[in-house]
Write a protein that binds this ligand. Structure first.
Ligand code: BGC
Length: 331
């Protein structure tokens, strides 16, 4: 077993899973390697989904992620390590659309099924992608924004990365929806996207980017942030500038503390993904592939708009916190 992988194993005590401790894995059970994008707490929910699926389905689940989303080479090495360790399947949230293709090809050449979660790769040999349909999620954000703007105003975007598939689609879906479609040409003629700043998945950079948007565009009415650090940074910027009444904010990815920003009117709404189901279904489909079952090529885990009006609904609360009361992972 590769020592670099924290041993988070299905069928073990909760404490064992949390400390990544070294109890012996079940040698009879298939080994699923789940590799996410970073150690950011966003991924804890995905990890719990994977751990739960492994426990319920009798699989050894090994989890790993680079420190930050900038470490593509580290992630490539993690896939290589999983192959060397004898993985039966690899579930990957890829940091780049193309950069992992070669190593994934090595995996499939050795008969190891590869599944993607959260984001996809361009390698056609991956078996299934379990993710949000980000283009549609961007379109939902656009329609909600247009409603909040009552059809009129300047918009700035805090995008998480110029080259990430999720970012391109969330922005593309947003702008396309505002521009109109074949059915509704020029859908919102009085709404204009005036600028895009890149937060690089970092709260501070997203906060500074939001402040720049506001300074450089005095008529700006709405900010759309395309991921969690972007949304947190935009909330902080608008709060620090005391502009909660003047700037509307539509974000992406619910986070701890978002309810306070929603209730105070700084955050108007947030597109919420289902990271728990990405982890859970990624492992479930890995099992199916190991057993030789046919799986769909794409699985949509959905996107839900959360705002003050539905924040306290029971189904929304469950979506926002599917891992109620579980402590944070220590590794
Ligand atoms: C995206 C992930 C990203 C995460 C944290 C989510 O919105 O789906 O791709 O890694 O935000 O930045």
């Amino acid at each position: 077993m590769n020592r670099k992988f924290a041993a988070v194993m299905a069928g073990l005590m909760l404490t064992a899973a949390l400390t990544g401790c070294s109890a012996k894995q079940d040698v009879e059970q298939p080994d699923i390697y789940v590799i996410c994008k970073s150690k950011d707490s966003y991924w804890d929910t995905t990890r719990w989904g994977a751990v739960d699926a492994g426990e319920e389905m009798g699989l050894n689940v090994y989890y790993e992620a680079p420190e930050t989303e900038a470490e593509i080479d580290v992630q490539i090495q993690m896939v290589r390590d999983a192959i060397a360790a004898g993985a039966d399947a690899i579930v990957l949230a890829p940091l780049d659309t193309d950069a992992l293709n070669d190593v994934l090809q090595e995996a499939t050449a050795q008969g190891i099924p590869v599944l993607t979660i959260d984001s996809d790769v361009s390698y056609e040999g991956r078996a299934v992608c379990v993710s949000t349909q980000n283009q549609s999620a961007g379109a939902i954000a656009a329609r909600e924004s247009a409603d909040l703007l009552e059809g009129e105003g300047e918009v700035g975007i805090i995008c998480h990365k110029a080259d990430a598939q999720t970012a391109k689609e969330r922005m593309g879906g947003f702008v396309t929806e505002l521009d109109g479609s074949l059915l509704v040409a020029d859908a919102y003629p009085h709404i204009k996207v005036v600028d895009v700043k890149y937060g690089e998945g970092d709260v501070e950079r997203s906060k500074e980017g939001t402040k720049q948007l506001i300074e450089e565009h005095p008529d700006l009415k709405l900010v759309y942030a395309t991921n969690q650090p972007g949304t947190v940074g935009a909330c902080k910027a608008i709060e620090e500038l005391g502009l909660g009444d003047q700037i509307t904010l539509v974000g992406f990815d619910y986070f701890n503390g978002a309810d306070a920003y929603i209730n105070s009117g700084i955050l108007d709404g947030v597109i919420t993904q289902n990271p728990y189901n990405m982890g859970y279904l990624g492992v479930r489909y890995a099992k199916k592939l190991i057993e030789g079952d046919i799986v769909p090529s794409i699985v949509d885990t959905g996107a839900t708009y959360v705002e003050a009006a539905n924040l306290n609904d029971a189904d929304i609360q469950w979506l926002l916190d599917p891992i109620v009361d579980r402590p944070a992972f220590k590794d």
